[in-house]
Design a protein around this ligand. Structure first.
Ligand SMILES: O=C(O)C(=O)C[C@]1(C(=O)O)C=C[C@@H](O)C=C1
Length: 325
């Protein structure tokens, strides 16, 4: 973390984020707060940003979690999955397009090494191969990627002086903020890419249900049990809970052991989601609840008949009354 801590700042909420200034993560952060009300603390990686919340040195963190082209941000998923002390309280969507920029006087044909965040490179690889092709038959002069901790970190480095790379892929905002010359705008392999970010806090009261919410969980399956994955999924399906995302990540203790990171539609206060959690707890050895929070797109779930709160309550009352006659 690079920001200083002054006494007058201590009453303001402290937000860590993947910095420095000019990252797409900062753009996501600015959707929920700003420097006039919060202390913004840029970090060099998402693990540090989240650990600062876990240790109480920050109140909230904003980190990337998923990109529409490159998929999940493993560092975020794995840090949330291991240990306790973190709850997701919100999500934000940021459209991402990249700007190729360089120190003043650099021409496009001079660019053979490009620095940026690996997720950004994954979204621009084909554009680079097309617009800056190798000229040698053996491709020995193909443009190479120089990994950076963030898109803005690469831009900040290049603004300080010559680097072992000639250009960076970053946001347009970073190109301006770090006074770099724009070589190409709207760089992207797939136009319309979106990155999803989450706002993370220490455990506390859950955000109120809005009718368009998500609940994030990590779940382990019983070892060596045929149909264990199907049984886990059935807990959601039979209660009419749609999954917005499910992906597996290695647990890390031995080969072949995976944890499932899941975003389910609904809030912990929804009957169908509570019933699914009760079912998961019966059939899965580990179920971690990581928060219920409003969906960024505000789209409510499409409910199958018989899965609304009133249906669950009516059914429960019916069962409760069965023994009384
Ligand atoms: O490097 C940044 O600017 C970030 O905010 C990180 C990040 C990511 O982790 O995916 C965010 C959005 C883009 O997809 C590229 C990079």
């Amino acid at each position: 973390m690079t920001a200083a801590h002054s006494p007058e700042e201590s009453s303001r909420p402290r937000y860590t984020y993947l910095g420095p200034e000019g990252t797409f993560t900062e753009a996501a952060l600015l959707q929920v707060t700003g420097p006039e009300v919060a202390e913004l603390l840029p970090c060099t990686d998402v693990v540090t940003a989240l650990d600062q919340v876990r240790s109480g040195q920050a109140d909230r963190a904003v980190v990337p979690v998923e990109n529409s082209i490159e998929g999940g941000v493993n560092a975020t998923l794995d840090t949330l999955a291991t240990g306790t002390g973190l709850r997701i309280v919100g999500e934000m969507l940021v459209p991402v397009t990249f700007t190729l920029c360089a120190r003043r006087g650099t021409a496009l044909r001079d660019v053979r090494r490009i620095s940026t965040h690996p997720h950004a490179w994954a979204q621009c690889r084909r554009w680079v191969a097309e617009h800056l092709p190798a000229t040698a038959d053996d491709r020995s002069d193909a443009v190479v990627h120089v990994p950076a901790t963030s898109t803005a970190a690469a831009a900040a480095l290049l603004s300080e002086g010559p680097q072992p790379f000639e250009a960076v892929l970053c946001s347009h905002l970073s190109a301006v903020r770090y006074d770099l010359e724009v070589l190409a705008e709207n760089v992207a392999d797939n136009p319309g890419a979106i990155t999803r970010f989450i706002e993370v806090a220490a455990p506390g009261p859950l955000p109120e249900p809005t009718g368009a919410d998500k609940t994030t969980l990590t779940v382990h399956l019983p070892d060596n049990e045929a149909g264990a994955l199907l049984r886990m999924l059935e807990q959601f399906a039979t209660r009419g809970v749609n999954l917005a995302r499910i992906e597996s990540r290695p647990i890390g203790d031995s080969l072949g052991r995976y944890s499932f990171s899941i975003d389910a539609e609904g809030h912990l206060s929804d009957e169908r989601l509570r019933e699914a959690l009760i079912g998961l707890h019966r059939v899965c050895p580990v179920v971690n609840f990581l928060g219920s929070y409003p969906r960024a797109d505000g789209v409510p779930p499409h409910l199958r008949p018989g899965t609304a709160d009133a249906d669950f309550r009516a059914a429960r009352e019916w069962v409760a009354g069965l023994g009384s006659h």
